[in-house]
Write a new protein. Structure first.
Length: 266
């Protein structure tokens, strides 16, 4: 009988090592999903300018200068976040309210932020505020007063009011409801960030019929950074530190909104 026969096994060959098959490489990790298929476009709008100084503080500090500085700082931070950003003005010039809106629409903006410094007849009024459009009346007397004040900027610049009310109304009705809802979400995100920096004038986003927020297809807000008519807050607005922190808060709020927003097709 041959040794090993019928055992069903093959004797190992001397000097040969068993072969171990390597495990297949893991599948490549897919890239993280992109929230947007294009870079969001943001337009920041420094209020007033040129012959329209905006509100003027007790020390002579002019709103138009303060908000231009904050808008530049905001753009710088949004640029660093990877967004495409533009400004309605980057110098001391007057731009009508309708032209500001038209420029944002021409740029196909996804977000429009108009930056201001508030003022009131009483120097005790203080705090930061964020506003969105309302086509059905202001949500407060203060918001109505502010909208009337801001909308009068064109009169200072000599712009005559024109327009077809029926066409304007029909255009607004088609898309404005959804846009206002998005504006409110954007406003709450920005207000939340600004509330970490300064006392809030109100704890919610207020609404009124601001001319500069009337783009029917762009989520738009108006930010009142502080009261330039309040001596304490005027000193804040004069400081580069407060301006930079305000810009960072606005940029962070916009980023939070865009992280969840669904952009319109362009």
């Amino acid at each position: 009988k041959i040794r090993g026969a019928g055992t069903g096994s093959t004797p190992p060959v001397r000097g040969r090592q068993p072969v171990t098959l390597a495990a297949p490489p893991p599948p490549p990790t897919p890239p993280p999903p992109r929230r947007h298929d294009r870079r969001p476009v943001i337009v920041s709008d420094p209020g007033h300018g040129g012959e329209d100084p905006g509100a003027v503080g007790g020390s002579g500090l002019r709103e138009k200068d303060v908000v231009l500085s904050i808008a530049r700082e905001t753009k710088k931070r949004l640029d660093a976040m990877g967004y495409r950003t533009y400004m309605t003005r980057n110098e001391d010039i007057f731009i009508p309210l309708g032209v500001r809106v038209a420029k944002a629409r021409q740029l196909k903006a996804d977000v429009f932020v108009s930056i201001h410094a508030d003022a009131f007849t009483s120097p005790s009024a203080r705090g930061t505020g964020v506003y969105a459009l309302s086509t059905k009346g202001a949500t407060s007397a203060a918001a109505r007063f502010l909208a009337q004040t801001q909308n009068s900027a064109d009169l200072i610049g000599g712009v005559q009011k024109v327009g077809n009310r029926q066409v304007d109304s029909a255009l607004l009705d088609m898309t404005q409801t959804a846009t206002i809802k998005d504006s409110m979400v954007l406003g709450r995100n920005v207000l939340g960030e600004l509330g970490k920096l300064n006392k809030l004038h109100k704890g919610h986003v207020d609404q009124a019929n601001f001319a500069v927020l009337r783009a029917p297809d762009i989520p738009s807000i108006l930010v009142e950074t502080a009261f330039i008519s309040n001596p304490t807050e005027e000193r804040l607005l004069a400081s580069s530190s407060f301006r930079q922190k305000s810009a960072q808060a606005i940029a962070d709020g916009v980023k939070t909104y865009l992280n969840k927003a669904v952009l319109a097709r362009r």
